[in-house]
Design a protein around this ligand. Structure first.
Ligand SMILES: C=C(O[C@@H]1C=C(C(=O)O)C=C[C@H]1O)C(=O)O
Length: 372
């Protein structure tokens, strides 16, 4: 199958109003698709199913599933033709949202100063001009522009269509090995990753690391936490810590792990329940799948090993592992009922400045705006 045919399959599926997901994992050169054969809504009950999961911010709501057994998988090598230079475009964010956002940030700072919260991530939804291009073309543009992101296009006729290019891994599980990251703190990329971070950013990122390590503790044997590094995501820089662990033998319980870790303080806040309640009460719009998570659920990965001894027919043996790779749904947009929305947010702490928090959401909105 040629690459054009890959995209034609996805386009046909969309034209037939059948569910699908197409995606490329960070730093890989394969674009994959999972095309569901019916238009039924499937959900994940306990994350023991196999397929591709699309879960909302609010874990009380349903996580949708494209089950492996009801779908056809396709894939193709994908080599990006050009890389994005990181240039920032002029601000086109609606100023009428600015006042509301500043108010919201102020309310959060008060709640933090009154000791109700330590951090809360506040976001907004921005309606953008419907792009002329169709979603499959937008997906292609995202693929070419953001090579180190998890880039996806997810569609269900009864739910909507989402596209994104996220820099954040929620959880990767391969056999008994677990990987995740703490990603927080934002500044515009201006040509170098050798930058200075303020205490505010360092503290808010450390809070995410501590939360993740704490929430994994009962499920893992050993845990390795990397040094903090500065990473680039399109026109932005973030602070990142990589966390790796071995799950206690025989204890893989994805439902339990996800409940503990999602949503992290990178997209919700701390303490989790209070931050979530603040968001649901004050943000003034439904996040739906923004800051939720999505990705491969319990896929079987088989690697063949050969012991290299001659004339022994059955010395090649297959090792099979269950693999899950979930990403946080950030830098995303939604096409729904003739509307096009993009979603952006940032972490608020006691040291936040309302104007700068607004600017941060404007910068984040450019990840999507530049492909429209
Ligand atoms: C909430 C978003 O991003 C998250 C919040 C960040 C921050 O507060 O600095 C940085 C990266 C992400 O973990 C978003 O992109 O909408």
């Amino acid at each position: 199958m040629a690459l054009d045919q890959f995209f034609e399959h996805i386009q046909n599926q969309f034209d037939k109003k059948l569910p699908f997901v197409a995606y490329k994992k960070p730093d890989t050169s394969v674009v994959k698709g999972l095309l569901q054969s019916d238009a039924i809504i499937h959900t994940s009950v306990d994350f023991t199913e196999s397929g591709f999961v699309f879960a909302p911010f609010d874990a009380e709501n349903e996580a949708f599933l494209i089950p492996i057994e009801n779908s056809t998988g396709i894939e193709h090598e994908f080599l990006p033709s050009h890389e994005f230079d990181g240039a920032t475009k002029a601000d086109q964010s609606p100023s009428n949202q600015k006042e509301f956002h500043a108010h919201l940030v102020q309310k959060a700072i008060e709640a933090i100063k009154n000791n109700h919260l330590k951090k809360v991530v506040l976001s907004r939804r921005e309606a953008v001009q419907p792009p002329e291009a169709n979603p499959i073309n937008l997906f292609k543009k995202l693929l070419h522009t953001y090579t180190t992101a998890f880039v996806y296009c997810w569609y269900h006729p009864k739910v909507g269509l989402w596209l994104g290019a996220t820099p954040e891994t929620l959880l990767s599980i391969r056999g008994n090995q677990l990987k995740t990251m703490s990603l927080a703190g934002t500044q515009p990329f201006k040509g170098s990753t050798d930058v200075v971070w303020k205490e505010k950013e360092k503290e808010e990122q450390q809070l995410v690391t501590d939360f993740i390590v704490g929430s994994l503790e009962t499920s893992v044997d050993t845990i390795k936490v990397s040094e903090i590094e500065t990473v680039r995501a399109g026109n932005l820089l973030h602070l990142r810590t990589t966390i790796q662990a071995n799950l206690k033998p025989g204890t893989l319980n994805l439902k339990h792990l996800l409940k503990a870790i999602h949503p992290t303080p990178a997209v919700c806040g701390f303490p989790k329940d209070k931050a979530k309640a603040f968001i649901l009460e004050h943000e003034g719009y439904p996040r739906e799948f923004y800051a939720g998570f999505l990705g491969e659920l319990n896929l079987k990965e088989t690697t063949t090993r050969n012991t290299n001894r001659r004339n022994v027919e059955n010395n090649a043996y297959a090792v099979s592992k269950k693999v899950s790779n979930f990403y946080v749904n950030l830098r995303c947009m939604q096409l729904k009922d003739e509307h096009v929305y993009l979603y952006v947010g940032g972490g608020i702490t006691k040291d936040s400045d309302a104007e700068m928090e607004w600017e941060e959401t404007v910068h984040k909105s450019q990840t999507i705006k530049r492909i429209l």
